[in-house]
Design a protein around this ligand. Structure first.
Ligand code: KG4
Ligand code: ZN
Length: 340
């Protein structure tokens, strides 16, 4: 018997991307529409929550309509409506959640609230049709840095997380200090290619008793101190060397913590996710150690690393298959924990 197609309309609005997608059976992306607000927020040097909410409400219907049209499907064809309900900016999340609830009610389709980080992890299912749990996933984005053991579909064990700044946040703050503007990650990545990663020894933080946890505020402060020190002494400094050395310090920590967890847990499949997974230094660093150790590495394409709705449709499919359904009382949960 032919397997039934389960089709999801997925919506994502947790930060500064208004996104909608149509995904079949969790892995087959029929459309993936993303309206980025970066051009507005970069005027302010970072995401302004109030502006993000207003832009989402302007764009969301158009983005959903485009996602349906491009997929060649109608609301009638959907088996469920998936939406990110946390974590994220509350006003931004509410736009997606409110819209998904209205569509779910009007079209008579089940509603599934999806955890944003579960979405990032699930981007790997789209990119790699043969990937199945268990595997280890490093999730590094603007808001989160988590090391997660994916035990099964929808079953996560958080091994470590950041104690302070997320990796992407550190990239953004250092970029601002060098005068590169927002979002900093891609700009540091580009500038780092022209610099020497060994020029400046920035700290690699590890936390006693919590070997999988991260801390990036120290390396961020070290960069700021370095720049201030040079300015005070009237010494010139190379922005490219700072970018390369900072990126190298962050990548070293991300890679080494992931490898330590892989070894200790005996997991030989490694995936990465989140906006920082676009970083060329991180991708190369992971490729190198994984090939040395004989681990299989899964790298999503860049468009699936940063925020998008296809990843929410992938995660929502597995939640749906696990029997998860949300009621019309679903609310945005800005501090939602993975596994709640
Ligand atoms: O996953 P994402 O789109 O949004 C959140 O859920 O936070 O991640 C955005 C973050 C930003 O901090 C951005 O600077 C960072 O990902 N990022 C990068 C790169 N591309 C995006 N960081 C380092 N290198 C990159 N190439
Ligand atoms: Zn994200």
């Amino acid at each position: 018997m032919e397997k039934k197609e389960i089709t999801m309309l997925a919506i994502e609005s947790s930060c500064d991307e208004t996104a909608a997608a149509v995904v079949v059976n969790g892995r087959d992306v029929r459309s993936n529409i993303i309206a980025s607000q970066i051009d507005v927020h970069k005027l302010y040097g970072g995401v302004v929550p109030e502006i993000a909410s207003r832009k989402h409400i302007e764009k969301i219907n158009q983005v959903i309509e485009e996602a349906l049209t491009e997929s060649g499907k109608t609301l009638e064809d959907m088996d469920a409506i998936c939406v990110t309900y946390g974590p994220g900016l509350v006003g931004a999340l509410l736009v997606g959640v409110g819209t998904a609830k209205a569509i779910s009610y009007a079209a008579g389709k089940p509603l599934i609230g999806v955890h944003h980080i579960e979405g990032h992890i699930s981007a790997n299912y789209i990119a790699n049709p043969d990937l199945e749990p268990p595997f280890l996933c490093l999730v590094a984005s603007g808001g989160h840095s988590h090391l997660v053991a994916v035990r099964d579909y929808g079953k996560y064990e958080i091994l470590g997380k950041t104690r302070d700044d997320a990796a992407g946040e550190a990239f953004d703050k250092v970029a601002r200090a060098i005068g590169l503007g927002y979002p900093g990650g891609p700009k540091i990545d580009r500038l780092a290619k022209e610099g020497n990663p060994d020029a400046i020894e920035f700290p690699r933080a590890s936390i006693e008793g919590a070997p999988y946890d991260f801390s990036f505020s120290g390396v961020k402060s070290a960069v700021l101190n370095y720049i201030n020190g040079c300015k005070m002494k009237n010494i010139s400094y190379s922005e490219a060397d700072i970018a390369a050395s900072f990126q190298c310090a962050v990548v070293d920590v991300l890679v080494s913590h992931t490898m330590l967890a892989a070894e200790n847990l005996g997991i030989e499949k490694i995936a990465i996710a989140g906006g920082v997974a676009c970083n060329s230094g991180l991708r190369e660093g992971m490729e190198q150690v994984c090939s040395e150790k004989g681990y299989r590495l899964f790298l999503p394409p860049l468009v699936l690393c940063t925020d998008n709705a296809a990843m929410i449709g992938a995660a929502g499919y597995y939640e749906y298959m696990n029997g998860v359904r949300h009621g019309l009382d679903l609310n945005a949960v800005p501090g939602l924990k993975l596994g709640e």
